[in-house]
Ligand binder design. Structure first.
Ligand code: ADP
Ligand code: MG
Length: 304
């Protein structure tokens, strides 16, 4: 999944030292199914057959895509796993080979064509097969796959009998139990403009933290900045916030909801998370103003 996995384990008693290797193998195999840029992946096969025929995939792929489609429905389309045609058109993510001095925003005509191919409601899925009915449609699980992998990693440690750990998978963090010193884990929210700085922190445990930020991958054109999170309604990069961090005991949900809340912006995004059971969020707007959902009242510490 083109990202770094970092693990901190506090328990040492019955820890099997080969365990990280086994976990890495599990995550690589998941990436090999879900990465749409890998010609051998299941998602690549589904996309290649768009408009042609349904494709049989593994239970894991069915699980991720079904969860993505459920969140698509509940976010009124702000999170859309069929965002592929727009991701390809904009060429903003690290998968793009367009050099930065050659990059320019696409035309309105191209944007409306790609947007017409983005619609999670059109995906046909049962317990074995996926079918994209329009030629040119494509699934892109970039907004949810890391959360799914994080959940697998968490379950892996739980079943290995490890009680106190932190997993950081490309900015999606899961904390369980206590850190050394018997305290709840302290998780920092990155400053959107200063890479090595923490703008705020919280102490929590038993939850995932997923951040979607405008600094993760972006393009510059003249004075304008275009980030990698796209609004399926307009077909354009979302520009309402600097970052959103969603906190939830369900890692998949934290990941997809951070993308959705980022798209929806400070007002509708806040409303979405307030109304969502089992999720809280910390928002940072373009003026670096930090605010959070009511469940985090008194828990968000601003770094002075
Ligand atoms: P990151 O991958 O930087 O942690 P996100 O979890 O927000 O951040 O995922 C962003 C990725 O999700 C994009 O690179 C793209 O692959 C995909 N994506 C972009 N916009 C949307 C959207 N509106 N709905 C679903 N996925 C999206
Ligand atoms: Mg996300």
């Amino acid at each position: 999944m083109n990202t770094l996995l970092q693990i901190k384990i506090v328990d040492s008693g019955n820890f099997d030292p080969s365990s990280p290797d086994k976990l890495a193998a599990l995550l690589v195999s998941l990436g090999n199914k879900l990465d749409r840029f890998k010609p051998t992946s299941e998602i690549h096969k589904v996309n290649r057959n768009a408009g042609l025929k349904q494709v049989q995939v593994s239970p894991e792929t069915i699980d991720v895509v079904s969860q993505a489609l459920a969140i698509h429905k509940k976010t009124n389309g702000a999170f859309d796993p069929t965002i592929g045609p727009l991701v390809d058109l904009w060429q903003i993510t690290p998968s793009s080979s367009v050099p930065s001095d050659k990059w320019q925003p696409p035309s309105e005509k191209a944007i409306s064509l790609a947007t017409s191919l983005v619609d999670g409601n059109k995906v046909k899925i049962d317990d074995k097969e996926i079918f994209l009915p329009l030629s040119g449609m494509s699934l892109d699980l970039g907004g949810i796959a890391k959360g799914y992998a994080l959940e697998q990693a968490r379950d892996y440690f739980r079943s290995a009998g490890i009680n106190n750990f932190l997993i950081d998978f490309g900015g999606n963090v899961y904390v369980e139990g206590l850190r050394p010193g018997e305290k709840p884990w302290r998780v920092g929210i990155r400053h959107p403009q200063k890479q090595a700085e923490v703008i705020a922190w919280v102490e929590l445990t038993g939850v995932a933290f997923s951040t979607s930020g405008d600094y993760e991958s972006y393009r510059l054109y003249g004075k304008d900045r275009y980030c990698h999170i796209l609004d399926p309604r307009t077909g354009k990069p979302s520009a309402n916030l600097a970052s959103v961090t969603v906190v939830s005991p369900i890692p998949v949900q934290a990941d997809a909801l951070s993308t959705a809340a980022f798209v929806l912006g400070p007002v509708d995004g806040l409303k979405l998370i307030e109304e969502w059971p089992d999720a809280e969020a910390i928002f940072i707007d373009k003026d670096l103003h930090v605010f959070a959902t009511s469940g985090l009242n008194g828990k968000v510490h601003i770094n002075k």
